[in-house]
Ligand binder design. Structure first.
Ligand code: E4P
Length: 255
């Protein structure tokens, strides 16, 4: 699985999809707003359908826009119907610590057959509960964990150990990537997936020393081509000058 892209930007998704490096897409209301998406659920649907079709069969995570228990359940069912590769994102609890989210997550996975990505989690223990409830994906916001002064690598390691130990199906998505270095570190610590912003994927790919090396290759290829051209011209010149010499020779014989 490895790399998902954390964006709603069609151009960026297409660009990296064509390179074959993506295995899924994650979004949230904040990302979509930053990508210029306004107009509520109708516009979310349009963008979702476009992305889901483009990346199929890879998964696309779309977040519900309410924390009301019944509305959340109904909206999750509605989102999941838009395409078969949609995964519904639900936060681990509400803005005031409301607990019904986990019940909704459990129902969606176990009664409705809808895949859930449980999101906005800051610790291995939150992720472990979401995994116990049946979540397909558990999103650990590692960048935010680091920002709070904790070591996200420890959380990823602990979580992976628990998921394996109890044979839980959930896949860890290490999220809220802040630095290029995060990607390999989190994967190495045991995350199944890291969801990465387009800018950081480019950062992983482009290296100043690679640029310099490629420049050297191209310049030397050009030099070698120019030398070959010169070498092709040289024998012709030689032929012309030796023909001239022969002519002079024959004239000198006559005189
Ligand atoms: C993950 O699925 C989230 O969309 C995202 O990584 C959150 O990142 P943030 O901390 O930059 O908001």
């Amino acid at each position: 699985m490895a790399i998902f892209i954390d964006t709603g930007n069609i151009t960026e998704i297409r660009k990296y999809l064509k390179m074959g490096v993506l295995r899924g897409v994650t979004t949230n209301p904040t990302i979509l707003l930053k990508d210029g998406l306004t107009g509520g659920i109708a516009e979310i649907k349009k963008r979702t359908l476009e992305i889901a079709k483009m990346i199929h069969p890879y998964p696309l995570s779309i977040e519900v826009t309410t924390n009301d228990k019944d509305l959340m359940l109904a909206q999750a069912c509605q989102l999941a119907k838009w395409a078969d590769n949609i995964v519904v994102k639900i936060t681990i609890h509400g803005p005031d610590g409301e607990l019904h989210n986990l019940e909704v997550i459990h129902d969606l996975e176990n009664m409705h057959g809808i895949r859930v990505n449980v999101t906005a989690m800051m610790s291995a223990q939150q992720c472990f509960l979401a995994a116990m409830a049946g979540a397909t994906y558990v999103s650990l916001f590692c960048g935010r964990v680091n920002n709070m002064g904790y070591n996200s690598l420890d959380e990823v390691r602990k979580l992976r150990k628990l998921l394996d130990q109890f044979n839980l199906k959930s896949k860890i998505i290490a999220a809220s990537t802040r630095e290029v270095l995060n990607v390999i570190e989190w994967l190495e610590a045991g995350a199944h997936i890291v969801t990465v912003t387009p800018k950081l994927i480019e950062g992983m790919l482009v290296h100043p020393y690679t640029k310099e090396t490629v420049r050297m290759f191209l310049q030397d290829a050009l030099k070698s081509e120019n030398m070959a051209e010169k070498a092709a011209v040289a024998p012709e010149l030689e032929e012309i000058s030796s023909a001239g010499a022969r002519k002079i020779d024959s004239l000198s014989v006559r005189f």
